[in-house]
Ligand binder design. Structure first.
Ligand code: NAG
Ligand code: NAG
Ligand code: NAG
Ligand code: NAG
Length: 286
């Protein structure tokens, strides 16, 4: 089973190379608009989640098996890869034009028919100092399927797509619009393998509520019978100062093709991090 999956991934990757080679000879415009994106290792995903305070403040632990990416349009019109810690404008936080994944063979229990769940949440609603609506769900859909085509931004990643006949987002995308002067908001995308029962039924079949505020990840995972996230990434939106906290001034290093500095300025404001870690430790297992 595992071997045949590896073969499948290997084949998919070699067909990726063909596709991107032919794309570069036939569509220079598309290539020119892309930034020079680089892979991020699962170890770097893990450490950036810790540096940002998301682990353990929002998610108790994250051990990604895969590198999970979203692709978005920068305000200058480039196709960019969302790497963990990217700072986006509200306009850039439109629905990603693509999701993709590297090293899916490293995840357990994956077969060719496995489907995936993806969500987006705001961990800092209405603000990081007062996260009384944490987590605020902006998107949730199952039935994501692995494609044979590579990401248009990162050729070593494979796209995940939602077949139109199976596209029933449980929470349709609601673009982030954090209120002004509520500090830096951390928005988290996560990827889970989908229990097979949801290939035929949506999440309301197990009683999941459509309410998007105060979304408890541990309760949700138990309700749906999910394992831990196999991959996750995050971006921030800086809405302005909040009692001196939360001005990041971060520049999206992705736009320069680099991925190194994005998370360094994101460490937690001291007192809320300590407090929330204490109060929320019990309910915040991803
Ligand atoms: C994940 O997959 C890559 C590529 O197949 C491999 O090089 C790497 O060792 C794997 N990592 C783990 C932790 O298994
Ligand atoms: C893999 O699948 C088996 C059988 O469905 C299950 O018992 C096990 O918990 C799964 N492991 C993980 C890590 O999801
Ligand atoms: C979330 O729950 C908290 C505590 O129960 C409550 O104070 C708050 O009003 C709720 N927020 C929303 C947006 O429902
Ligand atoms: C998956 O697609 C099927 C239709 O093919 C649909 O019945 C089911 O509700 C979908 N599941 C989810 C979680 O969207």
């Amino acid at each position: 089973m595992y071997m045949s999956l590896s073969n499948m991934l290997g084949l998919a990757l070699s067909s990726c190379a063909l596709v991107s080679a032919s794309a570069s000879s036939t569509d220079d415009t598309m290539i020119r608009r892309q930034v020079n994106a680089n892979s991020v290792s699962t170890a770097d995903f893990k450490s950036r989640f810790e540096q940002s305070g998301i682990v353990p403040e929002v998610i108790a632990a994250l051990d990604p098996a895969v590198s999970f990416y979203a692709s978005y349009k920068t305000s200058t019109g480039q196709d960019a890869l969302l790497v963990p810690g990217s700072t986006l404008t509200v306009a850039e936080a439109a629905f990603p034009f693509e999701f993709s994944v590297e090293n899916l063979g490293n995840a357990t229990n994956i077969t060719t028919s496995t489907r995936y769940l993806i969500y987006l949440l705001d961990a800092d609603a209405p603000s990081r100092n007062d996260p009384s609506a944490r987590n605020l769900r902006h998107y949730l859909a199952g039935n994501y399927t692995l494609s044979n085509t590579p990401s248009s931004v990162l050729p070593t990643a494979q796209r995940l797509f939602l077949p139109s006949a199976a596209s029933f987002p449980f929470t349709p995308y609601q673009p982030p619009q954090p209120a002004a002067n509520t500090g830096v908001h951390r928005f988290i995308y996560a990827l889970y393998t989908q229990p097979p029962q949801f290939n035929l039924a949506n999440f309301d079949s197990v009683g999941m509520s459509p309410e998007t505020s105060n979304w408890s990840l541990p309760e949700w995972r138990m309700q749906l019978g999910l394992g831990p996230a196999i991959g996750a990434t995050f971006f921030t939106i800086d809405t302005g100062a909040n009692n001196g906290e939360g001005t990041s001034g971060q520049v999206d290093t992705v736009a320069q093709g680099g991925v190194t500095a994005a998370a360094s300025g994101l460490s937690s404001p001291m007192y809320p991090a300590a407090l929330t870690a204490l109060t929320l430790a019990a309910r915040l297992m991803v």
